[in-house]
Design a protein around this ligand. Structure first.
Ligand SMILES: *[C@@H]1O[C@H](CO)[C@@H](O)[C@H](O)[C@H]1NC(C)=O
Ligand SMILES: *[C@@H]1O[C@H](CO)[C@@H](O)[C@H](O)[C@H]1NC(C)=O
Ligand SMILES: *[C@@H]1O[C@H](CO)[C@@H](O)[C@H](O)[C@H]1NC(C)=O
Ligand SMILES: *[C@@H]1O[C@H](CO)[C@@H](O)[C@H](O)[C@H]1NC(C)=O
Ligand SMILES: *[C@@H]1O[C@H](CO)[C@@H](O)[C@H](O)[C@H]1NC(C)=O
Ligand SMILES: *[C@@H]1O[C@H](CO)[C@@H](O)[C@H](O)[C@H]1NC(C)=O
Ligand SMILES: *[C@@H]1O[C@H](CO)[C@@H](O)[C@H](O)[C@H]1NC(C)=O
Ligand SMILES: *[C@@H]1O[C@H](CO)[C@@H](O)[C@H](O)[C@H]1NC(C)=O
Ligand SMILES: *[C@@H]1O[C@H](CO)[C@@H](O)[C@H](O)[C@H]1NC(C)=O
Ligand SMILES: *[C@@H]1O[C@H](CO)[C@@H](O)[C@H](O)[C@H]1NC(C)=O
Ligand SMILES: *[C@@H]1O[C@H](CO)[C@@H](O)[C@H](O)[C@H]1NC(C)=O
Length: 867
């Protein structure tokens, strides 16, 4: 009896509590999941090993799926042949599986995703195709980063090195096309673009690939992005090497297929590596962890066991390993919730399709939704890092290593993480512990050894060898021909701007063939906005000349660095000896122009603007904006008035310019002239009697116009900078635009920019008048006080007889002695309303206002002093 009780007691202790017992009992002893991989591929082979390693670990770990053995049925599929691969995958779906690791290839993933949705079987896929979104395919669970992030990283790399255009070579299937589409979006966001896209089929012959590479080499861009699989990718790289496209000037960026292959394949020959020197590639970033190193240490044993001893771990192996763990953990939670593995026939498959395809053999995983839910909620640290799914269905914290192939190995030059969306030399997991900082100042990579064994960053583009002659539009000027015009005799274009352009071109390290096309008749000045517009419309490849870089023009076109300063300048006829009212105001108004950058005009005065470009349209040009803004000096209101064009007079030549200025507004001339500085300077060099009156109130320059994102523009800008630094620009300037002929002695007009003593006489006058008035007021107050003091009873009677002579003398003395011993005020009165208002803390005796009653601040409070 006692023994019986004891046995019962022991049994009670040994047997688990009721609930756990139930759930354990409900658990099947074996659970099958499937996997669709391509065993032959490097990634597929590594995945096989990773799955086996994961199974070993899971089945020996009592904390996960205790009592249940996880098994994986693996199926080999063919990725190259989409149809065959699809049939193999569909056949596999007929077996009752509750989750699938894979498919590996994006093409098959697309098809299988539809089926998985119908059968409610979660797909744990590392296909990177960005279009396999979890919205369209809820049962597609991406266990590796999407190409969206990889392409963002590539675009960040392109942008970091300031390349503007790239060539994309891709495998023409779902994976390649969708990857390049994502790249296109990412580059566009950073104002870069794919200038040439070329796809090829996985069955392309060597000849096709050579033709492809030759077509790429004809293109302008030297930055080539290779988004393919390992097989064709290596073929292309080795052919490119033979075509000497792996040399100086080229940039190759391979997506993660290259790093995955090089990581996993231990037997890549050294020659292959030496053929790829300087190539950049990306690798999904796997942080260092114990689980990672555990997997690496058991890898060689497991890989030998499964006949893949030539394979090492790659990023994908870690993702696959974690996928199996994800399923195991989700299943655990699934069973804990009372989940059961049952299947039912899909009535839609049975009734509608079926037929000879035997699709009715496929069955629906009844509680697939529950399992999917558990998978999406997992949160654990695996071999690949934190395994947790964001709302988008992606693993959180996508990050990539940026790798440079150098010597016989790979060198990590930095990292990209979605956390900051920047390139950085700081490990992503270090960044995660700080708040995200997207400051571009943090962007940095270690030095890269580029193809051709150079550390110097390639320019990223070359003048295309099949390039046509550049058609360059050049203004054919009528006036100020020194800047640019057509030579009457030779018919060629000449002038200051032409010299700057040819000198800058000579600095480029490559030849550029071009021809100048005169724009305009030469009998009047051409319309510059139209010229720039023609560049935008691709009628010209560039436009050079005296083209002002204005806001409206930079919206549509790119400009080089300015080669000469410009900006609008005011010329006003200020003579030294003029003392009329206009001259009195002038120094102030002109200073106001300089300070505020606004054009000042006195009402009634007429401004005629010299318009040497006869046909220039005023509408929309900065000139118009300036002449339509008036500032009424006293009232600082800015009014915008539209001056009708009839009030503007266009003057055709520098001679008219001088004449109009000299005659002045009263005699049909102009009062002020607004024009760009270089013209004004040239004009002044031959017209000694005139000088600049007001300085620039816009700051800009002249540059050469190019279409958007033209690489030539960037190189020319650099060339112009070096011309400026070595003094060549000044030499060209002196050759064409002589200045300094006029000496200061014969300058009739003065530069009123300078402040002289007489500039201030108006101010002195105002101050003097103010002082006199203040003094008068003071005396009037004092005299009134004095009179009241003398006659306290009655106010001063108006009919009081005038004082006598002696009386007047006495009165004077009395008055002065009153001034000397001023009597204190008779009584004080505090104005409560005023003292209650807050007053600024002041020193003991500050007079605020001189008026009646006199208010004084005394010891922090305002008091009224009655007289
Ligand atoms: C694997 O590769 C071998 C040799 O390269 C080939 O014969 C075989 O057909 C391939 N298998 C698959 C499934 O692609
Ligand atoms: C590893 O690379 C070598 C040389 O490129 C190749 O012959 C071999 O098939 C590769 N191994 C695997 C598993 O891809
Ligand atoms: C796993 O199950 C066995 C018996 O089925 C039990 O003895 C063991 O304690 C369980 N382990 C855990 C961690 O639950
Ligand atoms: C590995 O290869 C050997 C010999 O070819 C074969 O006997 C064995 O079954 C293979 N093992 C696996 C896991 O495929
Ligand atoms: C599903 O259909 C197959 C044949 O069409 C049949 O053998 C099987 O019993 C059915 N299963 C269920 C659960 O109805
Ligand atoms: C996931 O786990 C980590 C640590 O293991 C924890 O800090 C985090 O809060 C968890 N996230 C969620 C959503 O449960
Ligand atoms: C990547 O970053 C963007 C913006 O910073 C964020 O909206 C998105 O959720 C991130 N993706 C993942 C998977 O964390
Ligand atoms: C971001 O980084 C920049 C450069 O290191 C630093 O100046 C800035 O303060 C940082 N911003 C924040 C919010 O931490
Ligand atoms: C250039 O040609 C125009 C008209 O064709 C003529 O008026 C002008 O004098 C010529 N100038 C020179 C320098 O030959
Ligand atoms: C204000 O006056 C008092 C005496 O009337 C003097 O002690 C004090 O220093 C004065 N304060 C200032 C700021 O002059
Ligand atoms: C202001 O007045 C207070 C008392 O009314 C006095 O204590 C203080 O010294 C005075 N301050 C000055 C600067 O006179």
């Amino acid at each position: 009896m006692k023994i019986g009780l004891l046995i019962l007691f022991v049994l009670f202790l040994v047997l688990p509590p009721d609930g756990i017992h139930k759930s354990l009992a409900a658990r099947p002893s074996v659970v099958h999941i499937g996997s669709i991989l391509r065993f032959n591929s490097t990634i597929g082979g590594a995945s096989v090993v990773a799955i086996q390693a994961a199974l070993e670990d899971i089945n020996s770990d009592p904390t996960v799926l205790n009592g249940t053995t996880l098994k994986v049925d693996m199926r080999d599929t063919n990725c190259d042949d989409g149809f065959l691969g699809m049939v193999q995958a569909l056949q596999f779906m007929e077996t009752d599986v509750i989750a699938i690791i894979g498919p590996q290839c994006s093409t098959i993933a697309h098809i299988v995703s539809y089926v998985a949705n119908e059968l409610r079987v979660p797909l744990m896929s590392f296909a990177s195709d960005a279009t396999l979104s979890s919205i369209q395919f809820p049962f597609f669970v991406r266990t590796a980063p999407s190409d969206l992030y990889q392409m963002d990283a590539v675009a960040a790399l392109v942008d970091y090195y300031r390349w503007k255009i790239v060539t994309a070579i891709y495998l023409d299937d779902d994976y390649g096309r969708n990857g390049i589409a994502a790249l296109d979006d990412a580059l566009t966001e950073r104002r870069c673009k794919i200038s040439y896209k070329v796809g090829f089929s996985s069955s392309a012959k060597k000849g096709d690939l050579i033709n492809l590479l030759v077509s790429v080499s004809y293109m302008e861009s030297r930055v080539i992005i290779l988004h393919t699989g390992a097989g064709p990718g290596f073929k292309l790289l080795s052919l490119a090497n033979q075509l000497s496209m792996m040399g100086n000037g080229y940039v190759w960026i391979a997506t993660d297929w290259l790093s995955a292959y090089l990581d996993a394949n231990s037997s890549v020959p050294a020659e292959t590596m030496y053929g790829m020197q300087g190539v950049l590639t990306l690798r999904p970033h796997i942080p260092k962890s114990k689980m990672k190193s555990d997997l690496i240490s058991k890898w060689s044993r497991v890989s030998k066991q499964y006949n893949h001893s030539d394979l090492r771990t790659s990023s994908y192996a870690f993702y696959v390993y974690d996928s199996v763990w994800t399923v195991a953990r989700a299943l655990d939670a699934f069973f804990d919730d009372g989940g059961k593995i049952t299947f039912s026939n899909d009535s839609r498959l049975r009734d509608e399709v079926g037929g000879t395809l035997h699709l009715e053999a496929m069955s629906v995983f009844d509680m697939g939704n529950n399992l999917l839910d558990k998978i999406r909620k997992v949160n654990f640290t695996g071999a690949s890092g934190q395994v947790q799914f964001a709302v988008t269905g992606d693993l959180i914290h996508p990050a990539y290593d940026i790798i440079n192939i150098n010597g016989n190995g790979m060198r990590t030059v930095g990292y990209w993480s979605n956390y900051s969306r920047l390139l950085s030399t700081v490990l992503p997991e270090v960044l995660y512990s700080k708040p995200p900082n997207s400051s571009l100042a943090n962007q940095r990579l270690y030095d890269v050894i580029w193809p051709g064994q150079t550390a110097q960053k390639p320019r990223g583009w070359a003048f295309p060898s099949n390039a046509k002659e550049l058609k360059i539009g050049v203004p054919n000027r009528f006036s100020f021909k020194e800047f640019v015009t057509k030579d009457n005799v030779t018919g060629s274009m000449k002038g200051y701007c032409i010299d700057v352009f040819t000198q800058a071109l000579a600095l480029l390290p490559y030849p550029v063939t071009y021809k100048f096309v005169p724009f305009g008749s030469g009998t009047e000045n051409p319309h510059y906005d139209k010229l720039v517009q023609m560049v935008e419309d691709n009628e010209f490849d560039a436009a050079i000349g005296d083209i002002a870089i204005t806001m409206s023009r930079t919206i549509t076109n790119d400009f080089t660095q300015p080669f000469i300063e410009s900006g609008l300048v005011i010329l006003a006829p200020v003579k030294k000896h003029i003392t009329n009212s206009w001259a009195f105001l002038q120094p102030f108004t002109l200073q106001m122009w300089c300070v505020t950058g606004l054009f000042f005009l006195i009402v009634g005065a007429v401004v005629w603007v010299l318009e040497h470009r006869i046909n220039d349209e005023f509408r929309g040009s900065p000139r118009e904006q300036i002449i339509t803004i008036f500032w009424y000096g006293a009232d600082s209101n800015i009014l915008e008035l539209n001056i009708s064009r009839s009030r503007l007079r266009a003057l055709g030549s520098p001679e008219e310019y001088a004449k109009a200025l000299k005659s002045g507004p009263k005699r049909g001339g102009v009062m002020a002239i607004v024009d760009e500085r270089p013209y004004v300077e040239l004009f002044l060099s031959t017209n000694c009697k005139i000088a600049v009156a007001g300085s620039d109130f816009t700051s800009r320059g002249w540059g050469f116009a190019f279409p958007r994102d033209s690489p030539l523009q960037i190189d020319l800008s650099t060339a112009i900078l070096s011309l400026s630094e070595n003094g060549e620009l000044q030499r060209i300037h002196d050759k064409w635009l002589k200045t300094g002929e006029c000496s200061a002695d014969n300058t009739e007009f003065v530069d009123s920019d300078q402040l002289r003593l007489e500039s201030f006489w108006g101010l002195f006058l105002i101050c003097g008048v103010a002082c006199v008035i203040a003094l008068l007021i003071y005396f009037v107050t004092i005299i009134r006080k004095y009179l009241r003091h003398e006659h306290p009873e009655e106010p001063i009677p108006p009919e009081e007889p005038s004082p006598k002579k002696g009386g007047s003398k006495y009165n004077c003395r009395k008055f002065f002695s009153y001034l000397d011993h001023k009597e204190p005020p008779k009584k004080k009165q505090t104005l409560s309303s005023l003292s209650s208002t807050p007053t600024t803390p002041v020193t003991n005796f500050t007079v605020l206002e001189i008026e009646r009653p006199v208010r004084t601040v005394r010891n922090g409070s305002v008091v009224d002093i009655e007289d």
